[in-house]
Design a protein around this ligand. Structure first.
Ligand code: KG4
Ligand code: ZN
Length: 346
């Protein structure tokens, strides 16, 4: 089948993003990705305000799509399909991207597909990369999810572990708030941790018997340590120690997932995959185990439309399309969010 150009739209939380991806067999080539961040709008609230997010998406969506097409040197008439992240996320935010994608696809008379955002974080590992050897273990560590998957292909995944409380990114953000580092916290805490001693504080590494994760205990341990007089003025040591134990838990479970499900490749995506220590430790683990590591490029770790276009492109290349009645949904169908287990719907 000839190469196709897919337009992807991401608006699940606080980034309005559009991208054009060319799919050619299994290869996903990113031609453009344009993202409008809302960080400044939410900073004073130290978290995303849904109503503000929806309105900002509405203001940015068309300019972002126009820029993505211009950057890719394609006109809308050259687009063969449109994909939008339709779950999980903030409903008002998702509605902006899904409605825009449907309208475009209908007007252009091309297929429309909805994409599960958690799955798209795994597809981010495939962008502009050679084909993966399957099966694989997939890890998505983001602000809303920390989930392990057994993957037969990018679209055929089974959940084998998930957080039972906070997501890793959420823990990093809350840890950053505790340390007064600012918003958004994960990337800032990572930068400050680079200058600290990760062994300075004996924070506990959570070890569950299953492949699930828990980050609330270490958050409490950090809160207690931060109040201790010995820790006064040692923000970088606190940040480095906190980062060390979060990453240690993730790497431990990745290793145990490989024990339970021998695989050729490990895929790591989501905002937390940008974490410098996690990248180093994932590389060390996979080298020791003799498996390939596909960790999303830093620019494709945090929310972006290239991963949505990529996941949509793989579906469209299989001849799939969704109905015009597809709705936005708050929860993932493949992962478990904060609100407990999800029944798989597709
Ligand atoms: O994937 P993402 O952009 O959004 C969700 O789908 O949730 O992930 C955002 C999360 C935030 O919690 C952010 O603090 C975290 O990823 N994050 C990081 C780093 N960069 C972003 N966490 C740790 N280290 C980083 N370098
Ligand atoms: Zn995300």
């Amino acid at each position: 089948m000839a190469a196709r150009l897919i337009l992807g739209i991401e608006s699940s939380c606080d980034e309005t993003s559009a991208a054009v991806v060319r799919v050619d067999g299994e290869t996903l080539h990113v031609l453009s990705c344009n993202t409008a961040s809302q960080d400044e709008l939410h900073a004073e609230y130290r978290g995303v305000v849904p109503e503000i997010a929806s309105r900002a998406h509405l203001a940015s969506i068309i300019p972002v799509i126009r820029s993505a097409c211009a950057e890719a040197h394609v006109s809308l008439s050259g687009i063969h399909g449109v994909a939008a992240g339709h779950r999980p996320g903030l409903i008002g935010s998702l509605l902006v991207g899904v409605s825009s994608a449907k309208s475009l696809a209908w007007g252009l008379d091309v297929p429309f597909v909805g994409v599960d955002h958690v799955l798209a974080h795994l597809v981010a590992c495939l962008l502009d990369q050679p084909p993966v050897v399957w099966p694989a273990i997939g890890l998505v560590a983001s602000g809303g999810h920390t989930s392990l998957f057994r993957m037969n292909t990018p679209l055929d995944v089974t959940l084998i572990g998930a957080t039972i409380d906070d997501a890793a990114g959420e823990a990093f953000d809350k840890g950053a708030a505790l340390l007064g580092i600012g918003y958004p916290g994960g990337a800032r805490l990572d930068a400050i941790a680079q200058t600290g001693d990760g062994m300075a504080l004996p924070l506990p590494i959570t070890r569950l018997q299953s492949l699930d994760f828990s980050f609330s205990g270490v958050k409490t341990a950090l809160a207690l340590a931060a109040k201790h007089p010995d820790c006064a003025g040692r923000t970088s040591d606190l940040a480095a120690s906190f980062r060390r134990v979060i990453v240690a838990q993730i790497i431990r479970n990745l290793g145990r997932a490989l024990d339970a499900h021998p695989s050729a490749t490990v895929l790591v995506g989501g905002g937390v995959a940008a974490n410098r220590l996690l990248r180093t430790e994932a590389a060390a683990l996979t080298t020791t185990r003799g498996v390939a590591l596909r960790i999303a490029e830093p620019r494709w770790c945090t929310d972006n439309a290239a991963m949505i276009a990529g996941a949509g492109a793989l579906r469209i290349a299989r001849g799939e399309r969704d109905g015009w009645d597809l709705t936005a949904q708050p929860l993932s169908a493949v992962a478990r969010g904060r609100r407990g287990p999800q029944k798989r719907t597709t």
